[in-house]
Ligand binder design. Structure first.
Ligand code: NI
Length: 246
């Protein structure tokens, strides 16, 4: 149930039976030589929209550009500064609070967004704390790629080749979603190096083709379907228990 495809009357009706909403958030950034630039947004959106369709949960429009300054030395990457993303998340939550939504679950596809999401929630809660008012909203981040089922599946399929960035799991997921955009590229070395992240120039120096620790050459659309299903089941389980929180 996409918010964009409802009328205001339908949203008003929805709010009578549920005040929960899913908000996909991703990134628009390089994912190595064979991964799509939209990977983190496309995957988070698909997980959210599948839950929306299967469970009748409302899904807000996707926040497609995230905090990805460290990817900016690769063509096509886009970023919001943490301060900009903080404002985007804050205004998104405030808009939905105005209408009576109380439980907002951000389905996240990008590790670089996590710190800013947490800070944005604290900014929102602080407004109410300073005013000695009870905050009407509970916000939660769920990273689709860190659930129990996804962990088991990626260990089984890829072992240590899963790595940290441009992982075979996420690349497989997008290959399942977009079979016309599967890329056939030879990766060298097969498994990328590990390291820590700082600025964009330093990132490119350490990770010349953009990957960190991964071998996404193992990604197939067939496995991507399993990744999608595991992610949906992991995230929905968390949404159900989130709704029961005050
Ligand atoms: Ni990613």
């Amino acid at each position: 149930m996409r918010l964009q495809l409802q009328t205001w009357c339908e949203v008003e009706q929805y709010l009578e039976q549920s005040t929960g909403i899913l908000i996909p958030i991703g990134s628009t950034e390089q994912h190595g030589p064979n991964g799509l630039i939209g990977t983190d947004a496309l995957t988070a959106e698909k997980v959210a929209q599948t839950i929306g369709e299967e469970q009748g949960v409302l899904v807000a429009p996707t926040i497609n550009v995230g905090m990805a300054q460290h990817h900016m030395a690769f063509a096509g990457s886009m970023t919001l500064r943490p301060s900009t993303l903080l404002a985007v998340i804050g205004d998104t939550v405030s808009s939905l609070v105005t209408h009576g939504f109380t439980h907002m679950m951000f389905i996240n596809g990008h590790g670089g967004n996590v710190a800013t999401l947490d800070s944005a929630y604290s900014e929102i809660y602080a407004k109410y704390s300073f005013a000695s008012q009870e905050c009407p909203v509970n916000c939660k981040t769920v990273n689709w790629y860190t659930g129990r089922r996804i962990g088991e599946l990626s260990r089984k399929l890829y072992g240590s080749a899963e790595g940290h960035h441009a992982t075979p799991s996420e690349v497989a997921f997008t290959y399942f979603l977009h079979p016309d955009h599967n890329k056939n590229v030879t990766l060298s070395p097969e498994q990328a190096p590990y390291g820590t992240i700082r600025d964009a120039a330093n990132y490119r120096e350490q990770f010349p083709d953009g990957r960190i620790g991964s071998n996404p050459g193992l990604a197939t659309a067939e496995d991507g379907e399993k990744v999608w299903r595991a992610a949906v089941d992991d995230v929905y389980e968390k949404y159900e228990s989130f709704l029961s929180e005050a």
